[in-house]
Design a protein around this ligand. Structure first.
Ligand code: 4FV
Length: 247
């Protein structure tokens, strides 16, 4: 897989290679990461890539021709222009685990990071396939959302996570929030580890974890439960969790 990122701060994006399991994956081209600075294709000596908004108003807008020239260079380098072009913007679809799995299953993609007030609408209309948002918040640029997407996708690729089971058992991959996690020491902050986790009975442990994941989702993200059809066993576990809470 190959990911290309268009950003005025390519070194910031490239910094992903330095950290953690995703950094190691990127160093091993899992996925291959390439960055492109639109300034390199500005049509003026000062490397200007933005201008004042037509119709007036505050701030600046990134111009369409410079971004389009940059995408032309990306397509030439990729040897194909079929990779989806994704603009990070508050107007986009909400990025989630399903999007991460969808993108991880594909040949790769191009991420465009806006800055200033945004990009000229004609670039979006002519060259952007999909807009993605990390949430209803206004950031100063698309770089952080782009890095989130690279991280979420890379960790789904074979060989990136130490133990592939981690990704499978991730929150949201099951549609549920994750169960609680414990590690040594077995007494910490005046609290013990749930006995079942010390039992060595893997069936009981799996059942306890499923119940906790259902319970946590019921407590903190009931909207996720609405999207799921629980099995009879899951319904029983959730009812048990709720009754044990004395609710
Ligand atoms: C954003 C978001 C976001 C808006 C104008 C960049 C900024 C500036 N991107 N999810 N929320 N982008 O706030 O993806 O150009």
């Amino acid at each position: 897989m190959r990911i290309d990122v268009v950003s005025l701060f390519p070194e910031w994006i490239a910094g992903l290679r330095e950290y953690g399991v995703v950094g190691r994956g990127l160093r091993e081209s899992r996925p291959a990461l390439n960055t492109w600075n639109p300034r390199d294709r500005a049509d003026n000596a000062s490397g200007r890539v933005d201008d004042r908004p037509y119709g007036g108003g505050p701030g600046m807008v990134m111009d369409a021709p410079t971004l389009a020239r940059t995408l032309d260079a990306v397509a030439a380098a990729r040897g194909d222009d079929r990779a989806p072009v994704i603009l990070l913007s508050p107007q986009g679809h909400r990025f989630d685990q399903a999007w991460a799995e969808r993108l991880a299953a594909g040949p790769g993609f191009v991420l465009c990071c806006g800055r200033y007030e945004g990009v000229d609408q004609r670039f979006i209309d002519a060259r952007v396939d999909v807009q993605l948002s990390i949430g209803d918040v206004v950031l100063s640029g698309g770089e952080l959302p782009a890095m989130m997407i690279i991280d979420a996708v890379a960790r789904l690729l074979d060989g990136v996570l130490g133990d592939a089971r981690s990704a499978v058992q991730d929150s949201f991959s099951t549609g549920l929030l994750d169960h609680p996690h414990y590690t040594r020491p077995d007494a910490a902050l005046g609290r013990a580890v749930p006995e079942v986790l010390l039992s060595g009975d893997h069936a009981r442990i799996a059942r306890w974890r499923e119940k906790q994941a259902l319970g946590a989702t019921w407590l903190h993200r009931p909207d996720l439960l609405d999207r799921l059809t629980l099995s009879a066993e899951q319904e029983r576990l959730l009812a048990e969790f709720i009754s044990e809470r004395g609710e």
